[in-house]
Design a protein around this ligand. Structure first.
Ligand code: CTP
Ligand code: CA
Length: 226
């Protein structure tokens, strides 16, 4: 076919990458978050750009340095992240949800600092929007990649999430495996599609994992050159 041999695997593609853990406010000085460092998402954004994509990075709370030269929008809550993703959704070709989006948020955000009173304080939490699931329901031309950090039963949970969220690929990792947990520069993932596991990536740098994941995606999106 008519292909330009100099074209990179993601040339001409617009890629949205979410990273980090969302922050769900309790009051002006307190919040709920999680252990996501943002490193996996940042590695994906960097590699996607190297592969020729136009990348929009949407990052919640992270301890890592974002890759330079990539358009970055900072967000706090799951709702903020959802709005930021929606703005780019129609025009994007690939969305990688590497962020650890909080499943719940406090029902009410106190406008002033909550004062210490009784021996027990009950916080009521309500479910957040599932960004990936919502995208999965409205996707047209877009290719969707989800992540799943699990503590066992990888295959069962991965396939269930992939189907429930209508993803094209899902990268699952067992956070109890050494080198595949939070905060480190390495990861080990199993990549699934609807038919089951398609690739097993042993412990290696997050950038190498990102390159393998994005190469699989590019092949399936069409236009990849060999
Ligand atoms: N995700 C999302 N919006 C949420 C929760 C999760 O978009 N409110 C995305 C994550 O970014 C990830 C995928 O869904 O790509 C799987 O997240 P995970 O937390 O593993 O799945 P859940 O469906 O929340 O299930 P659980 O936490 O109970 O395992
Ligand atoms: Ca979750």
């Amino acid at each position: 076919p008519l292909v330009n041999k100099n074209k990179l695997a993601l040339s001409g593609k617009k890629v949205i990458v979410t990273a980090g853990g969302t922050i769900e406010r309790i009051d002006p000085v307190r919040y709920i978050t999680n252990d996501s460092s943002g490193k996996m998402g940042f590695a994906i954004a960097k590699v996607a750009q190297e592969m020729g994509a136009e990348v929009q990075l949407i990052a919640a709370n992270t301890s890592a340095e974002p890759p330079s030269g990539i358009s970055l929008e900072r967000v706090q809550s799951a709702e903020d992240m959802y709005q930021a993703v929606l703005k780019q959704w129609e025009t994007s070709d690939l969305v990688v949800m590497a962020a650890a989006v909080a499943d719940y948020r406090p029902r009410e955000v106190a406008q002033t600092k909550i004062k210490k009173k009784d021996s027990v304080l009950t916080l009521e939490l309500v479910k957040n929007v599932d960004i990936l699931e919502t995208l999965g329901r409205s996707k047209k031309h877009q290719f969707l990649i989800g992540f799943a950090a699990e503590t066992g039963n990888l295959e069962t949970y991965a396939i269930d999430k992939l189907e429930r969220k209508n993803c094209d690929l899902l990268a699952a990792n067992d956070v109890t495996v050494e080198g595949a947990g939070f905060g480190v520069d390495t990861n080990a993932v199993q990549i699934y599609d609807r038919s089951g596991m398609v690739e097993q990536i042993p412990v290696q740098s997050k950038e190498e994992v990102a390159r393998k994941l994005l190469t699989l995606a590019a092949e399936r999106m069409g236009g990849v050159l060999h």
